[in-house]
Structures are given as C-alpha cells and as structure tokens.
Design a protein around this ligand. Structure first.
Ligand SMILES: Cc1cc2nc3c(=O)[nH]c(=O)nc-3n(C[C@H](O)[C@H](O)[C@H](O)COP(=O)(O)O)c2cc1C
Length: 171
C-alpha cells in the first residue's frame, strides 16, 4: 500500500499530528505540507489528509486539495480549537469530507484539540462583543486554556492508533 501524509497547518498543530501519524506508517512514507505538494498524487493508494478547522470546516488550502483527490483510500485528520467530543468537531469533519469529489468517501477520520494562536483569540475578542458566541466569556476562556496544552502526548498516541487502525482495516 503506497501511502502519503499531506497537511495544511498555520501554527504547527496539524503538522505535529501529521508527523506523529507518519511515524507509524511504513518507513519512507512522505509527510508533505500542502504548500509543497507533488504535482501528481494519483499514484498513492492511501492519502492521509490533515487540516485545521476554520469556521467549522477544513481550512481553505485543504478544501481546495480535498476537492481534487480521487485516490482509492483517503483518511482525514484535523486539529480544532474545540475538544473532539463537541458536536462542532464532528460537524467540521463531516463538512470537510463533503469537500471530497462526488463519490469519494473517507476511510476514517480523526480530530483532536489544538491551541489557538493568542493573537487570533485577542482579535476575536475585539471583533465580537461579550455575549456573542465568538466573544469573550468564561466558557470561551476555559476552552482556550484547555486547548493551550494540545496537541499533547495522548493526542499523538490517539492519532497513531487511528493510522494503525486504518492500515489494518485496509490490509
Ligand atoms: C482564523 C481561524 C479560524 C478558526 N476557526 C475555528 C473553528 O471554526 N472551530 C474550531 O474549533 N477552531 C477554530 N480555529 C482553531 C484552529 O482550528 C486550531 O487552533 C488548530 O489547531 C490550528 O491548527 P494549526 O496549528 O495546524 O494551524 C480557528 C483558528 C483560526 C486561526
């Protein structure tokens, strides 16, 4: 099974998860930023596609790539500001999967929390008033504090287990 890991990452969280996944794939499996993609991905049987959640879906760079993939097997992984058990995280994965071409489905998905850039938090708090769903609140502050330590060792382990399960499923 010829595999590749590709990812889009603004602040490094998704890149770290991509590297953790690659470490349990066969030696020599490429791990490539979407900014440096090989022109032709069609020779890969399995593509792990990583993105960061932006407004409840994959970020734009990843969405553009997702729409071009026709490989036999595609696995999605992501990082988000919210914890994975929140509906928003699950919906973001569904929304990202919907960016795949018609008839192409993912073989599995994984998401974990990732710290949000403090500059973005500050900007959001300035942009939206208190009381607005994106504005500052005790809940929001608590979530950002919780996200600040992710992705952590457990997240990397869970991402690796996810990748191993995909390989077993496809073998
Ligand atoms: C512009 C922007 C929009 C974001 N939108 C969301 C969002 O809708 N939902 C969410 O859970 N996290 C959101 N986040 C948080 C990121 O998805 C999260 O911090 C992610 O781990 C960043 O990954 P990266 O370090 O690979 O860039 C947003 C972050 C930015 C910068």
């Amino acid at each position: 099974m010829k595999s590749i890991v590709i990812y889009s990452s603004l602040t490094g969280n998704t890149k770290q998860v991509a590297e953790a996944i690659t470490s349990v794939l066969p030696a020599g499996t490429p791990c490539v930023s979407m900014k440096e993609l090989p022109t032709d991905l069609s020779s890969y049987d399995l593509v792990f596609v990583g993105f960061w959640v932006d407004k409840g879906t994959a970020n734009k760079e990843a969405r553009d790539v997702l729409g071009t993939l026709h490989n036999p097997h595609i696995a999605l992984f992501a990082t988000a500001g919210v914890p994975p058990q929140m509906a928003h995280a699950k919906e973001s994965l569904i929304n990202a999967a919907n960016c795949l071409p018609d008839g192409v489905e993912s073989v599995g998905t994984f998401i974990c929390q990732g710290k949000v850039d403090p500059k973005v938090i500050e900007m959001m708090y300035k942009m939206f008033p208190k009381g607005h769903s994106h504005g500052q609140s005790a809940d929001r502050d608590a979530r950002h504090k919780q996200a600040a330590v992710h992705p952590n060792k457990e997240d990397f382990q869970a991402a690796q287990d996810f990748a191993k399960d995909i390989l077993i499923k496809l073998s």
